[in-house]
Design a protein around this ligand. Structure first.
Ligand code: ADP
Ligand code: MG
Length: 209
């Protein structure tokens, strides 16, 4: 499975979800590659902050040729996660063309919901060449028990893209883990952040089949 985490909006959780989903898939024994397609290199920074053994491989590929290089670079891996770039459209296009499934993190804010039309447009364009391309929103940084947290699913339903049932809550564990180059399950194996990641990973696997 090749999953692209994409959204031209920055700060929505592309990198956070990329590293944690890659870690979750790797935990099942799968060979996982994380491609950092963002020139900022945040996934590479995450890997550099890590002290223990790597859970999965990370390579930087901030070029609009990911879709051409992925066959070679991804050889031998069971799953590939692409941590997408903000803004830069040609990079985002290449990442979308490389992916079987595009996962779009969105925060429960009207600005994020409006900004999602950009990435939806790119997916529509890509479907001209890849009609089997799957895409889904995943709500990130949900704040428990807020109306906006509940309404976001409804607002996103206006787009012709599925919204995953599983979502991720705003939790300090995500930032605390990232600071040490860890996945959330490594700092709190039984914790709610790890459980949310597992639920998103399971739904994603099911959706990708
Ligand atoms: P992007 O890659 O889309 O720019 P990041 O994954 O870097 O977004 O997230 C932006 C910031 O928000 C980071 O500081 C990250 O630690 C934080 N963050 C992302 N998701 C969560 C969450 N669910 N709970 C708490 N902090 C989060
Ligand atoms: Mg990022």
């Amino acid at each position: 499975m090749i999953v692209g985490l994409l959204n031209q909006k920055g700060g929505v959780g592309k990198t956070t979800l990329s590293v944690n989903l890659a870690a979750s898939l790797a935990r099942t024994g799968a060979r996982v590659l994380l491609i950092d397609a963002d020139p900022q290199g945040s996934s590479l920074d995450w890997a550099a902050a890590r002290q223990g053994a790597p859970l999965f491989s990370v390579v930087g590929l901030p070029r609009p040729t990911v879709h051409k290089e992925i066959l070679q670079i991804g050889h031998g891996y069971d799953h590939i996660i692409i941590d997408g770039p903000p803004r830069v459209t040609d990079l985002a296009r290449s990442a979308i063309m490389a992916a079987d499934v595009v996962l779009i993190p969105v925060q429960p804010s009207p600005y994020d919901i409006w900004a999602a039309d950009e990435v939806v447009k790119l997916i529509d364009e890509a479907r001209v060449y890849k009609d089997h391309l799957k895409a889904a929103f995943v709500v990130n940084r949900k704040i428990a028990n807020t109306a906006i947290g509940r309404d976001v699913g409804e607002a996103l339903a206006a787009y012709p893209v599925l919204v995953l049932t599983a979502s991720i809550t705003q939790r300090v564990a995500f930032a605390e883990a990232a600071a040490q180059g860890l996945a959330v399950h490594e700092i709190d194996k039984e914790g709610p952040a790890a459980a949310e990641i597992e639920a998103v990973a399971a739904e994603l696997m099911e959706f990708a089949r």
